[in-house]
Design a protein. Structure first.
Length: 142
């Protein structure tokens, strides 16, 4: 069995931000309610406003006024006093850890399915959740 030669690794780079991690332009698309960031190499990143910390309840006029930092790594909304880091947005981080935990927890808590609904109704017909003993597992149904 023949083995392929491993691909050569790129030379180490002191710049932690990939070349495409810089914003060249940014705009608010009111039709889709997304912030659209134009990155280098003709890449676009469109993120729903409702997912971005500090922007979810902002008026459209304020959302449309976006400033890009001279380095291209930051977006700033002066009327809202909101700053977002472009490389973090590329990685899917749309706010602080606390903001992301609350956002993800809310989405997870809202998950509904037919199977979950049927199971909850069946459990309700049996009298709800089984009682727990203070020192061990739940008591069996009688």
């Amino acid at each position: 069995m023949a083995t392929a030669d491993p691909l050569p690794l790129p030379p180490p780079d002191d710049d932690p931000i990939p070349e495409t991690g810089y914003a060249e332009a940014a705009r608010y698309d009111s039709a889709s309610q997304r912030i659209v960031i134009m990155l280098r190499h003709d890449l676009e990143l469109a993120i729903p406003v409702r997912l971005l910390q500090g922007l979810a309840n902002a008026p459209p006029a304020a959302l449309a006024r976006i400033e890009i930092s001279p380095s291209g790594t930051g977006l700033h909304w002066p009327e809202l006093d909101v700053d977002l880091y472009v490389p973090a947005l590329i990685q899917g981080l749309f706010g602080t850890r606390r903001w992301m935990a609350r956002l993800l927890g809310r989405a997870g808590g809202q998950v509904r399915s037919d199977a979950k609904t049927r199971a909850a109704r069946a459990n309700g017909r049996k009298g709800g959740r089984p009682r727990k003993r203070p020192d061990g597992p739940s008591l069996p149904d009688t």
